[in-house]
Design a protein around this ligand. Sequence first.
Ligand code: MIG
Length: 634
Amino acid sequence: MIRKFTMGAPIETQAVVKEFAANEIGSFPFDYKVENGKFIFGFDMQKNDIVYGLGEAPRGINKRGWVYESFCSDDPFHTETKSSLYAAHNFLMLSGSKLFGIFIDFPAKIRWDIGFTTDSRTEISIDGTDFDIYIIENSSPREIVREFRSAIGKSYIPPFWAFGYQQSRWSYPDKKAVDGIIDGYDKAQIPLDCVYLDIDYMESYKDFTVDENKFSDFANYVAEKKKQGIHLIPIIDAGVKKEEGYSVYEEGRDKGYFCKTEDGSDFEGGVWPGIVGFPDFLRKDVREWFGSKYRVLTDAGIDGFWNDMNEPAIFYSTKQLNKAIEKASSLKGKNLDLSQYFELKDTFTGLSNNPLDYSSIYHTLDGKQVCHDRVHNIYGANMTKAAGEFFEKEFGKGKILMFSRASYIGAHRSSGIWFGDNHSWWSHILLNLKMLPSANMCGFLYCGADLGGFNENATRDLVLRFLALGVFTPLMRNHAALGTRDQECFRFERFEDFRDIIQVRYRLIPYLYDTFCKASENDDMIFRPLSFDYPDDRLACECETQLMLGEECMICPVYEQNVGGRYVYLPEDMTFVKLSGTRVKTEPMTKGIHYIEVALNEVPLFIKKDKKIPLCDPAMRTSQLDTSNLEYIG
Ligand code: MIG
């Protein structure tokens, strides 16, 4: 059962597609108060209660013991003491002494104090008094998710080839670099389906342009790659470069499509192209306009995109930068004491994603000026919607691969997400794992992290272990930052080990694709916490390093360096399977704790008793997979 409570006049986010009669806030089933314009409510928690949810967020599957904030943030340091990542997924569930889900449909900040201030209490503070809250009750956590998901609409399904292995880097700047990558994989006989084009394919970082000097005769090149079975996936950034003569900018400016400042002039922020205009994606006409621009690339044969910088990320604004420069010049030649020095330094480091800038941006909603602060969390989702609406109209469902960095619930209907700029840290294997079920609860099924880690240098063993988890994530993409060590599989010594891992992915694609489609169709999760399936099993309830996958499997990646395996908890008897290349080793195991040995070229997997899963033969491309010829293991 879902009950909807409305307060004030909520801003339409289009997160929910089902109609619900709204109840007065007076009948809200939780204690609440309104203080300083904030709506605050909460609930008590018993010792063994588990709190799930918040989608793409830091820390555990069980969210207890921290304070989180819904505020889409471009922050490339995903340490455990952060409160927000790139998304705002306002769904939470309490399971234990009580069982209910909460979805807060509200596009500005929400603070979730989940046992941080008082360990037995969750206190939620909504930064405003215009919102819808949905309370979901049902018989189990999985049913609560199903009911919630049926209210927010079916999850995006990408094309089949999007389940292939994908290689990215910031950047492969020209044809020669891209060809080198494909060649490297082909020579090493490691399967590959996609190569990514990061910002350097564009002319001066201008959206919907391709630099002729680097990618001459682009459409022909895209066609040539397609013949090789490779999809090229360009990035699109939210900001449109301010430049006379650049048609996208001129149209946006002349039609008044960019976000404004209070005085009605275009807001000017600096990102990769220098000063940009930020399209006001909350407007339907702007979405239609921006969406149709993707045609430049789809006409050239492109069938996949990733949308970046759409929180939106702002390196600086003209206004705050000028202020900072003035401040610096006024201090020139003075003998600064330490506090003055640090203040000056902070003025410059604080220019990026500055709250003052967000507060000075205005959108036009139904003809009225609305401050960005009130709608921050739906900006990126609406960029993705712009593209999604265009793709669906032009090509129908499921033809174009797309995923976004920023997101809000609702965007799951038109796109996937990736988890942004993680690090080549061992701890980020587990962070990736923990976000999977949480993202699934919120409808995001097509998702994954930068395998091998984005920031800083990766080691061979880290990339292998990361990939062994990525074998199961719908988006299996290796991506790395500018200036970091090469991270493509074929670059490492004994690259045969990488082939063994990636071949396993291709063998599993029929199973993974089927599991994915069923989850989308049935409003279900692909990845579940063990506690969903074994609610009375204490060790299962506390497990943060393993997940259930589909109806058949349990996954348990190795996540530490210099170890030959890991401990694993079996909540029932299962078959332990080690997959490597075309080799399959199986071993029945009993309920309980076991140490499993897993070599660097092996993918560990558990299959439930009396269940079997299909494998096909590996191939170099998804298009070459023979999915009618399956072998069953279990
Ligand atoms: O400010 O396009 O998360 O995947 O490689 C960095 C360059 C901008 C951030 C994305 C990352 C991408 C990078 N981008």
